[in-house]
Design a protein around this ligand. Structure first.
Ligand SMILES: Cc1ncc(COP(=O)(O)O)c(C=O)c1O
Length: 454
């Protein structure tokens, strides 16, 4: 089939997620045909450095035969069986045990799903289930943060703090309380340093708990570094301030590690980068390096003990998905976890992450269009502004971030524009040379856009 006919077929048939229908009808899709290492090729043969590892998921790069062979072998042996009604498979059990071994804190069980969204839906239900079993029917509200991203279901989209995802969908629904985002560059009062801003946010958290009543608040969800909401690392001391407050009020902490799990910040888990201990952890994406849809909910002994001891009274655990504990997904995950262990992937990020952050800062940190370069490990964001001194943003309609994204695509570099913040989250296997190429290509593209704007 020719490129044109694929493009037309797509335009006439495929309803794309997170895409403007009007833009797609005008521009058509970019059809990616193959990938190897940190690069992909489009249907016309143009090569791109994938600065986003797909959607921050292809952590081990493309074409890893260790994973594809594991998928093929498991598909041949047993392509599907479920885990309802006490059924299981050898790989699903092994995968669960392997994941428990790699947990950052002692965890009791893992529950499998197929996406970050469904995993966070499961977490919400586990939290409500837990409080119902404990006879605390009022303790149900969920704290979350503006600019947080936790999925696109009705509950997880509501939990998400992005107004653009609420508009036109009659959301947010449910007992979700959105706290201020921990965005020092944008939201800290003038002259307030990061440490003080963290204390300020902690005081606001205390006020919300006092207003709502701790007996009505069940949990708080947080990404260690906010991803899709604009790549926002927490200000210094943020988790040190808020975690003790949550503990004091018996509010569970869910670390949404869908992006940060499995090495992206230079530690195996994002929560380890910030030294806090979650009660529940959500993971997905990197667990199979994006090779198979799979998600993981880690459940701590605190919750599991209640689930176990109340089980006879509660009856059947009435939740799950057809593809929970999918054997092919489990085989993909086991192969991925082994590669993470043997390939020095986490060490690569801990060594090269600071280099990436520093070299992007050196290359564009003082550029007239750059307000802030921020990030940690292999999560990097560059926020574009019209005026560095006042931090004034470009008008939305100017679509400056989108224009730069397209310019970079033309130069063979894939990025993602979250509004006017351009983000990078390359495969964790990328080397220094390609990171340097990523930075120099970005700087060149930025200069080109600056000239066009001038
Ligand atoms: C932190 C976080 N949580 C949840 C999700 C939702 O995952 P999925 O798109 O697999 O449903 C994402 C997706 O990017 C995410 O970044």
């Amino acid at each position: 089939m020719t490129n044109n006919s694929i493009s037309n077929l797509d335009r006439q048939s495929l309803f794309h997620p997170f895409t403007s229908v009007a833009d797609l009808m005008r521009d058509g899709p970019l059809v990616i045909a193959e990938g190897q290492g940190v690069r992909v090729r489009d249907a016309q043969g143009n090569e791109y450095l994938d600065g986003m590892a797909g959607l921050w998921c292809v952590n081990l790069g493309y074409g890893r035969t260790e994973i594809t062979e594991a998928i093929a072998a498991q598909s041949r042996k047993l392509a599907y069986f479920h885990a309802f009604n006490g059924m299981s498979t050898d790989v699903a059990a092994e995968c669960a045990a392997a994941l428990l071994e790699r947990a950052p804190v002692k965890m009791a069980r893992v529950f499998f799903g197929v996406s970050g969204s469904d995993a966070n839906e499961t977490q919400l239900k586990l939290i409500w289930y837990y409080n119902n079993l404990l006879g605390r029917p009022r303790k149900k509200k969920i704290l979350t943060r503006w600019s947080g991203y936790h999925g696109s279901g009705v509950a997880t989209g509501s939990l998400t703090g992005l107004p653009g995802m609420h508009a036109n969908f009659d959301m947010p629904l449910g007992p979700f309380i959105h706290l201020p985002r921990p965005h020092h560059y944008r939201d800290a009062p003038a002259g307030m340093d990061e440490r003080e801003f963290s204390r300020h946010l902690a005081r606001e958290l205390e006020q919300v708990i006092a207003r709502e009543g701790a007996d009505t608040i069940a949990a708080m969800f947080a990404e260690p570094v906010m991803g899709a909401g604009g790549l926002i690392p927490p200000p210094e001391g943020y988790f040190d301030e808020i975690v003790p407050i949550l503990r004091k009020h018996d509010i569970l902490l869910v670390a949404d590690e869908v992006v940060t799990g499995f090495g992206r910040l230079g530690t195996y888990w994002g929560s380890q980068s910030y030294g806090f201990e979650p009660d529940l952890i959500t993971a997905a994406k990197g667990v199979t390096s994006g090779y198979f849809p799979m998600s993981v909910c880690y459940v701590s002994p605190k919750l599991w003990d209640v689930f176990e001891s109340e089980s006879t009274r509660a009856g059947l655990f009435g939740h799950g998905y057809t593809y929970s504990a999918h054997p092919v997904g489990a085989a993909a995950a086991l192969a991925t976890l082994r590669l993470i262990d043997t390939d020095g992937v986490v060490a690569n990020v801990s060594q090269l992450g600071p280099h990436l952050q520093r070299s992007m800062r050196e290359a564009v940190g003082k550029h007239p269009l750059v307000g802030e370069v921020r990030g940690k490990g292999f999560m990097l964001g560059i926020e574009l502004v019209r005026d560095r001194a006042t931090k004034e943003s470009f008008p939305k309609e100017a679509l400056v971030g989108r224009r730069l994204l397209k310019k970079l695509l033309g130069m063979g570099l894939i990025t993602r524009a979250l509004g006017d913040t351009l983000v990078f989250a390359p495969p964790l296997t990328i080397g220094r040379k390609d990171l340097d190429l990523l930075v120099s290509t970005f700087a060149e593209g930025l200069d080109a856009i600056a000239r066009e704007i001038a």
